[in-house]
Design a protein around this ligand. Structure first.
Ligand code: ADP
Ligand code: MG
Length: 351
């Protein structure tokens, strides 16, 4: 099939990276109520062609800002961004032909049918009629029978599938999904991942942002962690998981402890503010039974005990602590925070 992707792909040799960012910065100007926000603080990130790449970070980390710069929805403040080797400043139209973005927010014109929505989008990208794939995309998204329904009549899950379809009309070599499963049911999630994996097998590079560690863990082969507008880690999933391969044994003592009992010197053991003893260990490198024995040998008694798996916040704390080693700074993780949506800096230039 001759299409935009093929023309962009055949005109240049296949690039090593699907997306590249060098010193990418974004500062949102402050408004009446919102202060100036440095959402990206100089991000260097190269996303290998052919990967399923996860951009993982808590709410407010800068994931959408990063993605939206590539999508042409947010104007960067500084730095360089390339899509399929094309600099977005030098040739924005060609750069944009290389990427399809499924935005975080469900934004669709509800007065069109799914078929019309796809055709309009294809027209927007200048895909000639003979090369449009609206029927094929509707089928792949399981929306064939909704072809002529109004978008406002679709369920949330169907709308999200249509958004994925919209991002694919120009057959881009890079598909970006911004928090695609937020508020999506399990069945749809499974379907969506099946389809995304199939696209990846066909050679499409997939970039996925998420604040769910498990999601990145399950799907991605490469993961970058972004926090407060900075990339704090970027490595293969296997490497990252090796870092996370820890558990914590938490012992509630009968009598409060002021420090870890003798015998835990070689382990990462700390007294928590509630007086419990928390011992973090690597899977397979320590046994809970042995730790309990050491604890008992100190003469302390156990009121209760449990184990904890690390969560995203722990990963962040660990990584940001490492990044600042020596500075004793603890970087908190923002959770549950929504963007303040002043929206005045968004530019959408259909080009
Ligand atoms: N249009 C905007 N105007 C002002 N601040 C914004 C805007 N969009 C995002 N921000 C702020 O920039 C930071 C990064 O936001 P965002 O990129 O949406 O993060 P994420 O997608 O990781 O949750 C947040 O503090 C958010 O409040
Ligand atoms: Mg976001």
């Amino acid at each position: 099939m001759v299409n935009t992707f093929m023309s962009i792909a055949s005109s240049t040799s296949l690039p090593e990276f699907a997306l590249e960012a060098y010193g990418l910065k974004k500062t949102y100007p402050g408004g009446k109520s919102a202060p100036v926000k440095e959402a990206l603080k100089g991000v260097d990130l190269q996303i290998p062609r052919g990967s399923i790449f996860g951009l993982l970070g808590p709410n407010g980390a800068g994931k959408s800002t990063f993605i939206n710069i590539f999508a042409g929805l947010v104007r960067k403040s500084e730095g360089q961004a390339k899509i399929w080797s094309v600099d977005i400043d030098i040739d924005p139209r060609r750069a944009r032909a290389g990427i399809g973005v499924v935005p975080q927010e469900l934004n669709m014109d509800v007065f069109f049918t799914p078929f019309e929505t796809l055709e309009l989008m294809a027209g927007f990208y200048g895909v000639p009629r003979a090369e449009r794939r609206s029927e094929e995309i509707l089928k792949a998204m399981g929306l064939e029978d909704k072809r002529n329904a109004y978008v406002r009549q679709l369920s949330g899950g169907m709308k999200r599938r249509l958004l994925v379809g919209k991002a694919l009309v120009h057959n881009p070599p890079v598909l970006v999904l911004d928090e695609p499963t937020a508020g999506v049911d399990i069945e749809l999630r499974r379907q969506l991942w099946g389809y995304v994996a199939e696209l990846n097998r066909q050679g499409v590079t997939i970039v996925l942002t998420t604040h769910y560690l498990e999601e990145a863990q399950e799907l991605c082969d490469q993961i970058a962690i972004i926090n407060h507008g900075e990339v704090v880690a970027c490595e293969s999933k296997t490497e990252l998981l090796r870092r996370l391969d820890t558990k914590t044994l938490v012992i509630d003592p009968v009598e409060p402890l002021d420090r870890a009992p003798a015998g835990f010197e070689s382990q990462e053991a700390e007294i928590r503010p509630d007086g419990s003893l928390a011992i973090t260990y690597k899977h397979g490198e320590a046994s809970v039974a042995a730790m309990i024995e050491i604890y008992r040998a100190s003469g302390a008694r156990i009121a209760d005990l449990r184990t904890e798996e690390p969560d995203l916040e722990d990963v962040f704390l660990a990584l940001t602590r490492q990044a600042d080693s020596g500075k004793a700074r603890r970087n908190g993780v923002e959770t549950g925070r929504r963007r303040d949506d002043s929206g005045d800096d968004c530019s959408f230039d259909p080009d």
